[in-house]
Write a protein that binds this ligand. Structure first.
Ligand SMILES: *Cc1c(COP(=O)(O)O)cnc(C)c1O
Length: 860
């Protein structure tokens, strides 16, 4: 029978166990083991059949079961105790309240197109979403007042399965928001709160606002699937990264502009403080800046409207932008015409369309000026910007240097904050139990005493984790083969796939080309030999989804699955379909080695290796992303890079050969060597020394706590202070600074260094000699206080390029004739060998955070 109507019946719980509903609806259960355990025990069978989803579990309980729970005094006490603990967790002062000044921001808005928080809210595709989820969870643990903003996708991201002949199949299950841990934001009269965006041709896009609670952090998710929308508008939030062109653009307009409106509505309805800082996590949400500019340019509530330049100055001061990819194809770009068409419909009334277009203009060498680039807009709308690992910061500075012409790469104002992982979400309880030093306040610092842990015990636990993975792999493989059409009778072999005593290497991630899923297949015979080595065998667990539109990625998945289907090796290498958070939580702890072989430097950070590390896994990786800065020679292995090679083919060959060699000569002997040699206690002490070293030294560094501290102290607090300063007294500083900037831009053409004089140094200068420099500078209409004149000096190469540059201001000035000034100062020659210097003029103003900020410089 088919139902003609459907609705979700909410479970009504008796008073004594009512807190169960709150415990299920606040996502903190997903990283609070006692709460998760409680749900699991309520009905272990039902818990498995609802895929460990507390809201669904409560919905599945019968009246009798509910009654039974309510009468079980021990359970009731446990529920109430956990509820009380949740209260404490939500209200107690945490790191932020204890360490930050009273004027630290009261609210920070965090925008992201995807969030990976738990498998019951599948609103993520990969690392970006998982990172955003870990960001919110850690902010909650540390008491950082963040509000998240995103979209609620009706189908989330696709579920992956395999066809008989090894092709990726994609399935988009429908999510019913009423069955998810979400509540609808409502107006005082009970009607759902909504935001509305005008669209071309007189159409409109409405969205309602769902709220998820991630511990203390509210996450607002916009949902266009409402009856008052036309069919097209209803489908805007259908899938994560589904559809291109206008569809994607409307998703991003809703996320950015609708997101700001949702925040305003949220504050109005709940009394939550207005955000003082806006963090744009990757370019998708960049339109949030346009919405805020539009707010400031309108004349609401008797406020004096700001001009475009003034509003831009004010918005930039309080915005942080994080770029996540050095792969150009990973950045969203639209046609400028398209952007113009949408904004002509009145999306940002009063904001000149050509100004908006200019923000995303690729008007630099190598750019395409018909395109509108979301990352470029993100950078232009944020006074503070960062990449996600040290190396990625450097790569981003080079990649976006065209936005700051005339400056050296290392002066481009993009810093870096290395990503981290939310340890309570990703650490296995059996490893966590080893963090013995209970006198230490945080999990991260408890690892210091790791060396006192008995090797035999640690080895036993590592084996248990491997065994848990092996069991999980067998079950998943069987399910997958049944979907692929195999009968039970054909599948007996899946019960003995993998071996809990064999060195286990994991490789799981999205499958864009640069991650080289199939590098390990470069020499199939050699890989087979490694897998089947009679003394030191290796087993491989591989997983990964390819974006549905990426044919190359899908072909790679197929090549890999084909290889794993071979009866000769299928007990030693498996491909698990549908890589997701649930799989990951067993996979990371169960692998001895975590493999990563991207094309350096295209992996911005990568976080899966961090999740392996906090469980005692050793990394075997190309020196890219986080590994480039954290590999220390004892916590794993570095796969050498052949980026000097002309062809991709050659490079793959060399790097694959290096990978095989490392496994054969270093990794496997370390894992098995002593056991074979000593025949003694069967415990590989040298291996475990590396595991302990990894836990104790990487543990604190890869923790998202370190990342959140970096964001708060390095970016959020300074952005809030700058945002406040520009906004004071009806935006007096924004007005003054933008007037000043306009004047500087207008006059800059006339600024130049006429000539530079140095008082004679000795014929053969020596270390310690002083060099007196006077620069004669033409400033046109500008005044000396509008500029900084500085001498840049250091060692020079044969081509006169200055290396290891230092700068020193020429801070004494006097007028010479109209518009001309002499700037003088001195430097001390502090090194021997070839030495050189030059002089340049830069704009100077208190509102600038960086010398390159205006993109203006006049060099001698
Ligand atoms: C950690 C994680 C990722 C991201 O891993 P990378 O190393 O950045 O590729 C993707 N998917 C899942 C399910 C994860 O847990």
């Amino acid at each position: 029978m088919k139902a003609i109507r459907r609705f979700t019946v909410r479970t009504v719980l008796p008073e004594s166990i009512r807190p169960l509903s709150r415990l299920a609806n606040n996502l903190r259960w997903s990283w609070n083991k006692p709460t998760e355990q409680l749900f699991a025990e309520l009905n272990p069978q039902a818990w498995d059949s609802v895929n460990h989803d507390p809201v669904k579990l409560l919905g599945s309980l019968t009246r009798e079961e509910i009654q039974q729970i309510a009468e079980d005094t021990e359970l009731v006490e446990r529920i109430q105790a956990l509820d009380a603990q949740l209260d404490t967790y939500l209200t107690e002062p945490q790191w932020y309240q204890q360490t930050q000044r009273a004027d630290a921001p009261k609210s920070i808005a965090y925008f992201s197109a995807e969030y990976g928080i738990t498998s019951v809210l599948p609103q993520y595709s990969g690392g970006l979403g998982i990172l955003a989820g870990d960001h919110l969870k850690t902010a909650s643990d540390m008491g950082v007042p963040i509000v998240g903003v995103g979209l609620l996708y009706q189908h989330g991201y696709f579920k992956q399965s395999l066809s008989r002949d090894a092709w990726q199949l994609e399935d988009y299950p429908v999510l019913d928001p009423d069955g998810l841990p979400l509540s609808l934001l409502r107006e005082e009269d009970g009607a759902p709160a909504r935001v509305e965006l005008p669209l071309p041709d007189g159409r409109r896009l409405l969205a309602q606002i769902w709220r998820a609670d991630v511990g203390r952090v509210p996450l607002l998710l916009l949902d266009s699937n409402i009856a008052d929308n036309d069919d097209h508008a209803r489908n805007i939030t259908d899938r994560l990264y589904g559809g291109g062109g206008d569809h994607r653009l409307q998703q991003e307009l809703l996320l950015g502009m609708g997101g700001v409106r949702a925040l305003r509505t949220f504050s109005r309805l709940t009394g939550a403080p207005e955000p003082e800082v806006f963090h744009c996590n990757e370019g998708h949400a960049g339109f949030l800046g346009i919405e805020r500019i539009s707010e400031l340019m309108s004349a609401e509530e008797g406020r004096k409207p700001l001009s475009w330049e003034e509003a831009l100055t004010a918005v930039r001061a309080a915005t942080v932008f994080t770029t996540h990819t050095p792969v150009p194809a990973g950045i969203d770009r639209f046609e400028k015409d398209q952007i113009y068409r949408f904004f002509s419909a009145g999306l940002a009334p009063g904001v000149p369309a050509e100004k908006i277009l200019a923000l995303g203009d690729e008007n630099y060498p190598g750019g395409d000026s018909s395109k509108f680039n979301m990352a470029v807009m993100g950078l232009r709308l944020a006074q503070r910007a960062n990449g996600v690992a040290r190396l990625h910061g450097k790569v981003s500075r080079e990649m976006f240097a065209g936005l700051w012409p005339g400056f050296e790469f290392d002066e481009v104002p993009i810093g870096s904050v290395t990503n981290g992982v939310h340890v309570p979400s990703w650490i296995d309880p059996r490893i966590e139990a080893l963090a013995v030093d209970r006198s230490q306040p945080s999990l991260e610092s408890r690892w210091r005493a790791i060396n006192s842990i008995d090797d035999a015990r640690l080895w036993r636990i590592r084996r248990e984790l491997r065994d848990t993975l092996v069991q999980d792999v067998r079950a998943r493989l069987r399910t997958s083969w049944k979907k692929r059409g195999a009968a039970d009778a054909e599948l007996a072999w899946t019960d003995s796939v993998l071996d809990p005593n064999v060195l286990t290497i994991g490789f799981a991630r999205r499958v864009p080309t640069y991650k080289r899923l199939t590098l390990m297949l470069r020499d199939p015979q050699r890989l087979k030999r490694l897998l089947l080595d009679p003394q030191r065998p290796v087993q491989l667990v591989v997983a990964g989804k390819s974006h549905p539109a990426d044919e190359m990625g899908k072909q790679m998945v197929r090549d890999l699955v084909k290889f794993t289907d071979d009866p000769e090796v299928r007990h030693r290498i498996v491909f698990l379909p549908n890589y997701d958070i649930a799989m990951a939580r067993t996979l990371f702890p169960g692998c001895d080695v975590w493999l990563n072989n991207p094309l350096r430097p295209l992996e911005a950070c990568g976080t899966s290796g961090m999740k392996a590390a906090i469980n005692g896994g050793l990394n075997l990786s190309v020196l890219d992303g986080w590994w480039d800065e954290m590999y220390d020679g004892q916590n794993g292995w570095a796969i050498p890079t052949a980026d000097n090679r002309a062809t991709a083919e050659e490079r793959d060959n060399i790097e694959a050969a290096a990978l095989y060699e490392l496994i054969e000569d270093h990794v496997a002997p370390r894992f098995y060597g002593e056991k074979i040699a000593n025949g003694g206690d069967q415990v590989p002490h040298q291996w475990l020394a590396m595991v302990k070293h990894t836990l104790s030294t990487l543990g604190p560094k890869v923790s998202a706590k370190r990342m959140i501290e970096d964001y708060v102290t390095g970016l959020y607090v300074p952005a809030a202070l700058a945002g406040r300063t520009v906004a004071e007294e009806e935006h007096a500083q924004a007005r003054e600074a933008s007037r000043w900037a306009a004047r500087v831009h207008e006059s800059w053409g006339a600024v130049h260094v006429e000539h530079v004089e140095a008082a004679d140094v000795a014929e053969v200068p020596q270390i310690g000699d002083t060099l007196q420099v006077t620069a004669y500078v033409h400033l046109g209409n500008l005044r000396p206080e509008d500029v900084t004149v500085e001498i840049g000096y250091g060692r020079v190469s044969e081509s006169d390029h200055i290396h290891e540059r230092q700068f020193s201001e020429l801070d004494e000035h006097r007028g010479t004739e109209a518009g001309k000034w002499a700037f003088a100062g001195s430097i001390t020659i502090d090194r021997s060998g070839p030495f050189g210097y030059t002089v340049r003029v830069l704009p100077h103003h208190e509102s600038l955070t960086n010398r390159a900020e205006l993109g203006l410089v006049a060099s001698a």
